[in-house]
Design a protein around this ligand. Structure first.
Ligand SMILES: Nc1ncnc2c1ncn2[C@@H]1O[C@H](COP(=O)(O)OP(=O)(O)OP(=O)(O)O)[C@@H](O)[C@H]1O
Length: 927
C-alpha cells in the first residue's frame, strides 16, 4: 500500500503590498563610514596616525609644508578606524558581516570603497586567495547560512525587470537539464580576455581560503536562491561584465527605475549560483573584463566603478511543505551591492594621457557628483521643514543614478574610505577625508517594510514535517509492510502530534509505568485529534465560504487581469521600442564620445603645433626686428655719408663757381687795367690774388681783344715787349742743388724726339724715367722737383714739347705730392710759315692754350674730380694721378672733393685725392 497525503486546506493570505505606507515606519539610518589605512612602505614616513579606534590624525608632511605653508594636524572621526596592521577578517567582521545578516533577513545593503587611486580599495574588496577581502567572505557566509534551504536551480527565473517568476519543481528540473547541456557547450567557447592580469591570475592558480562564519536564518519554511550581476560604469556608461557576447554594444546597458522605485540595470545578465565558489568564479570571469590600466600610481588601476550585486531570492513552501508556493507575489528579494569605486586621481600625478586622461576625467566627474549628492542630502536634512527640499543631482551620473534608491531609503549604506599614507597622496587624501567625514552626517530616511510573512497562515515547520513524512513513507515502503496499498495519513496529526511518545521498546508486558505514559500520550493525542478535527471542520466551512468569495473575486480579477494584460502588452511593446532607441542612442553616444576624445587629442596636438609655430614666428620677428635695426643704422650711416659727399660736391661746385667768378672779376679788373693803361701804352701785369695761370688765360683771352683794340685805337701796329714771367726766371735760377725727376713718357707708337731749341730745360741733377712705375721715385726724399715732358703736334703741324714743372712735397701719410708750378712750351716753326714769328718762343708764363697751360675750368672739363679719371679717356697728363696743379700755393685747402683708388702705371694701387684749394684743384697720390 502506497502512502498518500491529504493536504491541509489552509489557503495563503494575500501578501501585503510593499508600497502600503501604513505598513512602513520611517526611521533614520546614518551612512556609516569606516577608514582603512594601507600599510606604508618601509622607506615612506607616513603622515597618518591612528589616535584611537575611531579617530585618525593627518599631519602635514614635510614635502607639502614647502608648497602650502604651515604644518597642520587634523583629526577625523569615523565609525571605526582600521590601522595599517588590521586584517581582512577584522574589516569583514566589523563592516560587512552585519550587512550580510541584514541581507539574509531580506534588507538591501550597499557597501562601497572610496579613496585615492592605489589606496587599497580593490584589495579591501577582493583581497588575495590567501587573504580574501570582503566580497569572497560575503559569498561564503551567505552560502554557509542558506545551505540546506537552497531552491533547485531555475526555480526562480529573472523577469528582466528586476523581478522574478517562480516555477514548479518539475519545470525547474527540466530546465536544469537543458541548461546543463547548454552550459557544457557554452563553456568550451567562453572568451576570456587575452591579457593575463596578475591579480586574477593568482586566483586561478591558488586555492581560496574560505570563511566559515554562518548566520542562522529563522525561515526554515522558505527556499533560497542566489543570483549575481556584475557591471562596470566606464566613462559614464554601464557595461555588463557577465555578458559573454563578443559584441561590445550589447554589453552596454541602461539604468532604469522599477515599478517599486528601485533602480536596476535593464537587461543585465543575472547568473544563478548555487555555491560560493561558483559565485566567485562568476566574479572572476567579470573581473577579467573589467577595465583596468597601468598608471604611474598603480600597476593595475581600476578605470571604472565595478558593482557586484548579490540578490537573495526567497519564497515559502506551500502548505504541505512539499513545493515552493507558486505565487510570484510571495517572492521576496534582497540585495547586497559591493562597489569598488575607481580611484580619484590628479592627471599631473598619474601622468595620464589620451585614453587614460579621458577616463580619469570621467572618474573624477562621477565622484564629484557622488559628493554633490551627499552634500545636497545633508543640506536638505539640515533644512528639513524649511520649504521644499532641493533636488539631489542623482541623474548627473550613472553611478549615483543607480544607487538613488538606497539614498531614497531602500537600504543600508556603508562606506570604507581607504587611505594611503604616502606623503604624495596628502593633498588628495585631505579632500577624501573631508568628504568621508561629511558623509557620516547624512541620515538616510529608511522605509523598513513590515516583516512580511507570505506564509502567515501556513503551519510553521511544515517543511520539516514533510521531510519526516517522506522519510517515514520511504521506510515503510522499503520494509514492504504496506504491500502496495496506500496508508491513509492525516498530516494534521503530523503537524501537531504533541508530546513525542517514549521510544523505549515495550518488551515487558508488566511495565506499567511505560504503558501508563504511552496511554497518557495516546489519550492526549486522541483528545488533541478530536479538537483538531473540530477545528478542521470549522476551518473547512470557513474555507468553503472564503473559496466562494475568492472565486467571485477571482472571476472579476481575471477579467481585470486580462484587460490589464492587454494594456501591459501594449506598454511592453512601446517600452521595448523605446529601449531599442535608448540603446541606439547610448551606442551613438559612445561613438560620439570616442570621436570627441579623438578630436580632443587632435586639438591638443594642433595646439602644441601652434605653440611651436608661434615660437618660431616670434623668433623670426625678433630676427626681422634686429635686421631692421641694423638696416636702419646702415641707412643712417649711408645717409650721413651721402650727405657728406653731397656737401663735398656742393663745396667743390661752390668753389668752382667762386673761382670762375674770381676769374671773371679778375678779367674785368684787368680789362679795366688795360683800358686804363692804354693811354700810357704800358704792358699789362697780373696783380693781387689772381693766379698766374688765370692771368695768363685772361691775357690770352684778352690779347686778341687788346690787339684789336690797339689796332683800332693806335695807329702803331708794332707789338710791345713780351710779358716777363717771374716764374720762368725762378725755375731757371732754381736749378742749383735740386734733384729732378725727369719724366718723359714714351709709348711704342711715339718715340720722344730731342728738340734742337736754343732754350733747353735746365736739370743738372736728375733722374730720368719713361714710366712712373715705382712710387719711390716720387717719394724719395732727395727728389724735390718734378718735370713731365710731353710732345705733340701743334695746329701748324710743328712739333711742340711741353714741360710741366713742379715741386715735390712730402705728405703727412708718408707719400708725396707734386705741385705743378710751371709749364714751358718749346716749339720750333718754319721761318717760311707766315703765321708764325721766326723767333723761337718760350712761353713760361704764356696766355691760355697758347703756352700749353691748363686752366682750372679746362682741367675740370678734362678730368672728373669724383672718379679722378679723364673724361674722354685721353692719355692726357698720365702722371696726373701723381700730379698736383696748384695755381696759388698760398691758398688754404678748402675741401677734399673725392677720394678713390688709382692705379699708377704699373698697376700699383694708391690712394688718390682731388683736393680743392681756394679755387684750384689739386690731384695727389699718397704712396
Ligand atoms: N591593506 C593592504 N595590505 C597589503 N597590501 C595592500 C593593502 N592595501 C593595498 N595594498 C596593495 O596596494 C596596491 C594598490 O592597491 P589597490 O589596487 O587595491 O588600490 P586601488 O585603491 O584599488 O587603486 P585604483 O583606484 O587605482 O584601482 C596593491 O598592490 C595592493 O596589493
Amino acid at each position: 500500500m502506497k502512502p498518500t497525503r491529504r493536504a491541509p486546506q489552509t489557503p495563503g493570505k494575500k501578501i501585503p503590498s510593499r508600497n502600503n505606507s501604513k505598513e512602513k515606519m520611517v526611521i533614520k539610518d546614518p551612512v556609516e563610514v569606516f577608514c582603512r589605512i594601507r600599510p606604508v612602505s618601509v622607506t615612506d614616513d607616513g603622515y597618518i596616525k591612528v589616535i584611537d579606534e575611531r579617530t585618525v590624525q593627518l599631519a602635514t608632511p614635510d614635502s607639502s609644508i614647502g608648497n602650502k605653508g604651515t604644518y597642520k594636524e587634523i583629526q577625523y572621526t569615523f565609525s571605526r578606524v582600521f590601522a595599517e596592521e588590521s586584517e581582512q577578517k577584522e574589516v569583514f567582521d566589523r563592516v560587512s558581516l552585519p550587512l550580510v545578516e541584514n541581507f539574509l533577513k531580506g534588507q538591501n545593503n550597499l557597501l562601497f570603497t572610496y579613496g585615492v587611486t592605489g589606496s587599497g580599495k580593490t584589495f579591501t574588496m577582493t583581497g588575495t586567495p590567501k587573504d580574501p577581502g570582503i566580497l569572497p567572505r560575503c559569498l561564503d557566509v551567505i552560502f554557509n547560512s542558506i545551505s540546506g534551504c537552497q531552491a533547485r536551480k531555475f526555480t526562480f527565473i529573472p523577469d528582466g525587470m528586476n523581478g522574478f517568476d517562480v516555477q514548479s519543481d518539475d519545470a525547474a528540473r527540466e530546465q536544469e537539464i537543458k541548461a546543463g547541456v547548454a552550459d557544457r557547450t557554452n563553456r568550451t567557447r567562453m572568451d576570456f580576455p587575452k591579457t593575463p592580469r596578475k591579480r586574477m591570475a593568482q586566483w586561478e592558480t591558488a586555492s581560496r581560503m574560505t570563511e566559515n562564519t554562518r548566520v542562522s536564518i529563522s525561515d526554515e519554511d522558505f527556499v533560497y536562491s542566489v543570483f549575481v550581476t556584475y557591471v562596470e560604469i566606464y566613462n559614464n556608461s554601464v557595461y555588463d561584465l557577465l555578458d559573454e557576447r563578443a559584441d561590445g554594444l550589447t554589453k552596454l546597458k541602461i539604468v532604469r527605475e522599477g515599478a517599486n522605485r528601485i533602480m536596476y540595470v535593464n537587461g543585465v545578465q543575472e547568473v544563478e549560483v548555487s555555491s560560493a565558489n561558483e559565485a566567485f568564479e562568476v566574479f572572476c570571469r567579470g573581473m577579467k573584463r573589467k577595465t583596468i590600466a597601468q598608471t604611474n600610481l598603480n600597476a593595475e588601476s581600476s578605470r571604472s566603478h565595478a558593482i557586484f550585486s548579490i540578490r537573495l531570492v526567497k519564497a515559502p513552501y506551500d502548505s504541505n511543505g512539499e513545493e515552493v508556493l507558486q505565487n510570484k507575489e510571495s517572492i521576496s528579494v534582497s540585495q547586497l551591492s559591493l562597489v569598488d569605486l575607481a580611484g580619484s586621481e590628479r592627471a599631473n600625478r598619474s601622468q595620464a594621457k589620451g585614453q587614460n586622461l579621458c577616463e580619469a576625467g570621467n572618474i573624477n566627474n562621477s565622484l564629484l557628483t557622488l559628493r554633490k549628492c551627499f552634500e545636497m542630502l545633508r543640506e536638505n536634512q539640515m533644512n528639513a521643514g524649511n520649504g521644499a527640499p532641493k533636488m539631489v543631482p542623482f541623474r548627473d551620473s550613472r553611478l549615483t543614478y543607480l544607487f538613488k534608491s538606497f539614498f531614497d531609503g531602500e537600504g543600508k549604506v556603508r562606506m570604507i574610505v581607504c587611505v594611503n599614507p604616502n606623503p604624495d597622496d596628502y593633498e588628495e587624501t585631505l579632500h577624501v577625508m573631508k568628504f568621508a567625514e561629511m558623509s557620516q552626517e547624512v541620515q538616510v530616511k529608511r522605509c523598513l517594510p513590515t516583516p512580511r510573512r507570505p506564509d502567515v497562515n501556513f503551519t510553521p515547520g511544515r517543511r520539516r514535517a514533510n521531510q519526516i513524512f517522506k522519510e517515514a513513507a520511504k521506510r515503510i515502503e522499503e520494509s514492504g509492510a504496506t504491500q502496495g496499498e496506500s496508508i491513509p495519513f492525516d498530516l494534521n496529526l503530523v503537524y501537531s502530534l504533541g508530546i513525542p511518545i517514549d521510544n523505549t521498546p515495550l518488551t515487558d508486558p508488566n511495565n506499567e509505568e511505560l504503558i501508563r505514559s504511552v496511554m497518557m500520550v495516546l489519550e492526549s493525542r486522541v483528545a488533541k485529534r478530536r479538537c483538531l478535527q473540530q477545528q478542521f471542520k470549522s476551518q473547512i466551512d470557513q474555507v468553503r465560504s472564503s473559496v466562494v468569495a475568492l472565486e467571485k473575486d477571482n472571476i472579476s480579477l481575471k477579467q481585470e487581469n486580462s484587460s490589464l494584460r492587454a494594456t501591459i502588452d501594449q506598454e511592453r511593446s512601446g517600452r521595448s521600442l523605446l529601449e531599442q532607441k535608448l540603446v541606439q542612442s547610448e551606442s551613438q553616444l559612445v561613438s560620439i564620445r570616442l570621436n570627441l576624445q579623438g578630436e580632443r587629442e587632435e586639438k591638443a596636438r594642433l595646439i602644441s603645433r601652434l605653440e611651436d609655430l608661434e615660437m618660431k614666428l616670434n623668433q623670426r620677428k625678433a630676427d626681422t626686428e634686429r635686421t631692421k635695426l641694423r638696416m636702419q643704422e646702415k641707412l643712417v650711416n649711408e645717409k650721413d655719408k651721402l650727405e657728406r659727399d653731397m656737401k663735398t660736391r656742393f663745396l667743390a661746385e661752390q668753389s668752382n663757381l667762386k673761382l670762375e667768378n674770381d676769374l671773371k672779376e679778375e678779367k674785368l679788373r684787368r680789362v679795366r687795367h688795360i683800358v686804363d693803361n692804354l693811354d700810357k701804352n704800358t704792358p699789362c701785369r697780373p696783380t693781387g690774388r689772381m693766379t698766374r695761370l688765370a692771368a695768363a688765360k685772361s691775357e690770352a683771352e684778352l690779347s686778341s681783344t687788346s690787339s684789336n683794340a690797339r689796332s683800332a685805337a693806335t695807329p702803331n701796329p708794332k707789338r710791345g715787349p713780351a710779358v716777363s714771367n717771374q716764374r720762368h726766371r725762378r725755375s731757371r735760377s732754381a736749378g742749383g742743388n735740386e734733384r729732378w725727376l725727369d719724366h718723359r713718357p714714351q709709348t711704342q707708337s711715339s718715340k720722344f724726339l730731342e728738340l734742337q731749341t736754343i732754350f733747353q730745360p735746365n736739370m743738372p741733377k736728375r733722374k730720368s724715367v719713361s714710366k712712373l712705375t715705382d712710387p719711390k721715385d716720387v717719394t724719395d726724399p732727395a727728389t724735390s722737383k718734378y718735370c713731365l715732358t710731353t710732345q705733340e703736334q701743334d695746329s701748324d703741324g710743328g712739333l711742340e714739347t711741353k714741360l710741366y714743372k713742379g715741386d715735390v712735397h712730402p705728405t703727412v701719410g708718408g707719400g708725396a705730392q707734386v705741385v705743378l708750378t710751371d709749364v714751358e712750351v718749346l716749339k720750333q716753326t718754319s721761318p717760311t710759315n707766315p703765321n708764325v714769328s721766326p723767333s723761337r718762343k718760350r712761353s713760361a708764363n704764356g696766355n691760355g692754350k697758347e703756352n700749353g697751360r691748363l686752366l682750372p675750368d679746362e682741367l675740370l672739363s678734362i678730368v672728373d674730380p669724383i672718379s679722378c679719371k679723364c673724361k674722354d679717356n685721353t692719355k692726357l697728363p698720365r702722371p696726373s694721378v701723381t700730379c698736383l696743379w696748384l695755381f696759388d700755393p698760398l691758398s688754404e685747402v678748402e675741401s677734399i672733393f673725392s677720394r678713390g683708388d688709382s692705379q699708377i702705371n704699373d698697376g700699383h694701387s694708391a690712394a688718390c685725392y682731388v683736393i680743392s684749394f681756394n679755387g684750384q684743384l689739386i690731384f695727389c697720390v699718397l704712396g
